[in-house]
Design a protein around this ligand. Sequence first.
Ligand code: ADP
Ligand code: MG
Length: 859
Amino acid sequence: MPVTMNDQSGMRGAFNNGMNFAELPNDDLYSSVYAFDDDERKKPRLRESLKSSSLEAYLCSDVIQGKDEEKELLWYHGRITRDVALHFLQENGSTEGLFLVRESTSRNGDYVISLIHNGCPAHFQIQCLGDFYFRIENGPLFQGLDQLVNYYQTSADGLPTQLKAFCAGDLPPSTARRAGRTTPLHRAAMEGDKDILSKILEHDESLRGHIDSRNAMGQTALHEASARGFLSIINLLLDNDANINCKNSSGVSPLYVSCSTKHPESCQLLMKKNADPTQRHPRTGWVPLHEAVTRGYIQCAKHLIMAGAPCHPRNSSNETPMELARRYNQPSLVSLLKNFLPPAPQIPVSGYYHGPLDRSQALERIQAHGLADGVFLVRTSPHKPRVYVLSMAASASVYNFEIQTKSENLYIDDGPYFTALEMLIEHYMKYEDGLPTKLTQPIRKPSSEHDNNAGPNSRPSHRNPPSDGVRAPSCVKPPPLRSPPPTTGRKAMQPQSAVPAAQKYPPPPPRVQSVEDQERPSSPTTTQGPRAFSRILSSIRGNEKKEMDRQRRELQKAIQNVPGGGCTEDLQVIDAKQISKGKELGQGEFGTVLEGTWRDSRGHKHSVALKTLLTDHMHTSQQNEFLREAKVMCSLNHKCIVRLLGVCVGPPMMLVQELVGMGSLLEHLLNHPSEIPEGDLRLWAAQITSGMMYLEEKKFVHRDLAARNILLESNEQAKISDFGLSRATGANNDYYRATTGGRWPVKWYAPESIYYGTFSHSSDVWSFGVTLWEMFTYGDQPYGELTGAEVIKRIEAGKRLEKPKAAKETDYEMMMECWSYKAEDRPTFYQLNLSLSKEELYQGFYHAGFGQAPSKRKK
Ligand code: ADP
Ligand code: MG
């Protein structure tokens, strides 16, 4: 997405998504960052146990024992869609408080609780705020899904009901848990048994567990090895993709643990392997250096700073390690920190300093570099010439961070103190440390400007040893900048983050706050929605041209705000007075579909179908769903697709469509099986592929292709209808109730739609295959009475729907190709269309190509 007005100013500490660690339930696991597990020490060593059993058998029995010991946690169901979840809940009796947890298909890392309240399903997003921190919107924060579910099992606290029984599934993913079981993997790491560990690691994850899973004490294997200084184990784990920065249940990394357990050799190795020394304890805001210094572990502190950890980070009370060293009477550490000379910075200030530049100019320069993550420059603000600003790109946006000064130290927000700009920049090139991303590529000032606006002197005085007695070294001055920022006395001008520093980890997507401009243009998409709707709905007055024009404008505005593709230009707004209603044609999700007549302004009469929006569906989200269909349909014009003639604002609001006289194909198949020659089936199939090719060309995915959504104009013309796209994945559960006869859309879904909620032209092709099958069985229910879950199992086992009697081998081959497991192996609508039109019987009345659908039959 291109950056236009979202040139954003940022605050480092604000990247916390409202996370408040004080909310975390407080219990023993937090009391210290690492504790040895005494129970574990009493058990026989792994090597002993393996004398009487093979490793394989031992791992197997451990997995089985795990499931048995953790029966109460088997509420997890992986990546299933809402429909499948709903189905499981219904299969399990829909009792009050029945629930399951599944992976969110809409946002990576999130999960969803699906539960039953008053007999109805409800779904709650569990937001992942980074690492293993979770919460339900507005609810308290938890470490791990286990802790979250446990909490809502004891009290509803905001949910409509307390969680009670669950649909039995699997254990939650171990990396999303706060604590788990101590597995053989952990034991081998704790016992320092490299041979056994490497043998365990040869086994599949399903047998040996995830390498980053936390044990009963909330530690990963890497934490355990780091807390014991088992270097070969650390190496082995890292070689097997252990996450070096993984948090234990106290929220700290293996590096932190190595510093708190006095294992300088672990500390050195982890730093060498690029562990991040800037990660903070979630409550105290301490980094490993604070921990090492306070405990007087000088070797750990040395390894940290020699490998590039900043010397003067701050905790949530703004204290640096040097201050703590003094307070806890660690003179050798005070002198280490005081006398340490960081290596000379590699990039001179002239490599990124641009002098006075306003935000939009900075934006332009960064945009000229493609907005790649981490592209940056440093400038002064024209409004505040004494303030330096870091402007950087991240996630296709530009952020501006004020570089503040205090006692001659430079810092950003609650980040570490630096004595020179180059050091600050190099730090953030090495570590993200609260910024939206690491700095990567400096932008050099255009050479044409170098003469008069030369940057600050690029020579930092980093050779001067810092003096004692201040919060951070003071005799190392910031580089003499052309318009120097205040060096003493003056408070930083940046408003403080509303959120305490300790809350800044982990950093989810940035939420930024302006530091320079107070007013920012509001997003064009945020203002209209609901208000526009109420205006539309309250303005049913006469048919004067003015009024209709106004309605048209309002409706267009409202429709423009409906997410998803489509157009509004050609949308006709139809005066309610021109409509007369007739008999019911069918039931739609949002209301009844009626037959009717529309007499247009020129007096022409049209037979129409009126899809109404019932007044109890007046919530904005439902109106959006309803209007989405109009938005898609009004840009479509094809013989094999039902035409939208216009929208009547009502009330009730109505989609006015061409009347497709014979109604739903499914009904027709069921009611007149003996009267339908199989030849007609192929003709309709060809027409459906023709319509779908057109849809594909228009870049729409139907998502609900099924016989119930094909309408017949005549025996020679089928039309695709029902473009309420979002309903297959959207927020409305009524959809499933609205489908008749237990027809689960799951049965029309491709595997990737079931698992990941992704829909594409290829998943439409899968649904087309099922539609073909419905046609050749004259309306049978796919997979009969099988449940959604059973259908999934069948598909996974390579089984497919059986060949309908009326289908020829070639028809069935076509269906089977549509049901290729991998989307890329399925034919395209173009190919399907081609082969249907190749059939000798149809060549006479089929024209390939868009817009010219087969409709004339040679007799
Ligand atoms: P929903 O989106 O709620 O599934 P549909 O668009 O599928 O609603 O319409 C429901 C039923 O109404 C259809 O099965 C069909 O019987 C009838 N219907 C819908 N549109 C038309 C139309 N244009 N002409 C004739 N009947 C229609
Ligand atoms: Mg329908």
